[in-house]
Design a protein around this ligand. Structure first.
Ligand SMILES: CCCCC/C=C/C(=O)SCCNC(=O)CCNC(=O)[C@H](O)C(C)(C)COP(=O)(O)OP(=O)(O)OC[C@H]1O[C@@H](n2cnc3c(N)ncnc32)[C@H](O)[C@@H]1OP(=O)(O)O
Ligand SMILES: NC(=O)C1=CN([C@@H]2O[C@H](COP(=O)(O)OP(=O)(O)OC[C@H]3O[C@@H](n4cnc5c(N)ncnc54)[C@H](OP(=O)(O)O)[C@@H]3O)[C@@H](O)[C@H]2O)C=CC1
Length: 319
């Protein structure tokens, strides 16, 4: 049977390599796992739900190419390992398993994570810690123990999956703060670990649809409601994140470290989804005598129409 996995890369790109993908049983992590395994890599997938991991590993192993260029490939290339990244002991055990059973850790993809929607004012301390512990501290544990278990002496390449939070992340501020922490940690690690020949980068996905990702939100239309903030005018697919991860892990990115690549259909450089309710305007604190400019109406959306009209007038006046 021909492989069901599509890839833009050379089929033996990761032959003989070993990767760990946290959250590798669902959504984006599953697409990354499939592509790495199709390219010859052995992939340890790690997350909390054993059944999800086991069925994902079995299904992916079933779809993979059996040979490359006439040479047989190991038929099983995806291996489940139950691990809550919030537990340092479990993360240490994951790294030990990878080295003892698979011989090495060439790549680490810190993809496992998530959050819930809530204004900051309503986030409980427990909810805050759950999100910070998962996304920031969990990533730290994985980095630290992959380093000690293997990468310190042998090098490696790491990709951290974060979110598009360049304009803040109102509505999910806990995760915005955690991922900004991961992005900064990435820069520090790129510098501290360059003598060990470790490269480390981030991917910042925009709005990427998968059934499991969407299931975390109470309203099934949540993802589609983002279309107006996406210049590409469609949602992203997990496979579109996976391609960028494979690039960053591969030798093609040998001179890239400490950076973030957005995979977001242009969302990061476009408008925020957050709508500011109209209000009376900030008080003028220091200049009580100042004459305020007349207050216009804050309309949402439509600023580009106004801008185009102004540009057209300017153009006409220059003719
Ligand atoms: C515009 C569309 C979005 C575009 C961007 C998309 C980004 C994505 O990341 S999509 C992928 C989403 N996937 C996930 O989020 C999966 C993983 N998520 C989780 O596991 C949880 O959200 C977690 C990170 C909070 C961890 O959950 P868990 O370890 O199971 O912790 P608890 O369920 O026990 O919760 C602890 C605590 O957190 C508060 N809380 C949890 N969920 C909610 C919620 N839906 N609303 C409000 N508060 C929540 C709460 O305080 C919990 O404590 P208890 O009240 O005692 O249950
Ligand atoms: N989809 C999107 O639009 C975007 C997603 N992202 C991020 O991409 C990553 C993948 O999300 P996506 O595939 O979309 O959604 P999913 O909900 O499908 O994936 C989240 C994965 O994280 C794993 N996970 C969660 N908590 C833990 C934990 N404590 N320990 C180990 N694994 C954990 C889950 O597995 P299990 O439940 O078995 O533990 C699951 O496989 C996440 O970090 C997400 O926040 C970022 C930007 C946008």
């Amino acid at each position: 049977m021909a492989s069901l996995v599509r890839t833009a890369f050379r089929k033996d790109l990761f032959l003989g390599k070993v990767a760990i993908v946290t959250g590798g049983g669902t959504g984006i992590g599953r697409a990354i796992t499939k592509e790495l395994a199709e390219l010859g890599c052995r992939v340890v997938i790690a997350s909390r739900k054993r059944e999800t991991l086991e069925s994902a590993a079995a299904e992916i192993n079933h779809t993979l190419s059996k040979d490359v260029g006439g040479a047989a490939l190991p038929p099983l290339r995806v291996f489940p390992f139950q691990c809550n990244i919030r537990s340092e002991e479990q993360v240490e055990a994951l790294m030990k398993y990878a080295v003892e059973k698979h011989g090495r850790i060439d790549y680490l993809v810190n993809n496992g994570g998530g959050q819930f929607m809530s204004p900051v004012s309503e986030i409980s301390a427990k909810g805050w810690h759950a999100v910070i512990d998962t996304n920031l501290t969990g990533t730290f544990y994985c980095l630290k123990h992959a380093y000690h278990a293997w990468m310190k002496d042998h090098g490696g390449s790491i990709v951290n999956i974060i979110v598009d939070m360049v304009k803040g992340f109102p509505g999910m501020a806990h995760t915005g703060a955690a991922r900004a922490g991961v992005e900064n940690l990435t820069k520090s690690m790129a510098l501290e670990w360059s003598p060990s020949k470790i490269r480390i980068n981030c991917i910042a996905p925009g709005v990427i649809y998968s059934e499991t990702a969407a299931a975390n939100y109470p309203d099934p239309e949540t993802f589609n409601r983002s279309l107006h903030i996406i210049p590409a005018r469609r949602l992203g697919c997990p496979e579109e994140v996976s391609g960028a991860v494979c690039f960053l892990l591969s030798p093609a990115a040998a001179y890239i470290t400490g950076c973030t690549i957005p995979v977001d259909g242009g969302q990061g450089i476009y408008r925020s989804p957050w709508v500011i309710q109209d209000h009376e305007g900030f008080p003028v604190e220091l200049h009580s005598e100042v004459a305020l400019p007349p207050k216009g109406e804050a309309t949402e959306p439509g600023p580009s129409e106004f801008l185009f009209k102004a540009l057209a007038e300017l153009y006409k006046s220059k003719l």
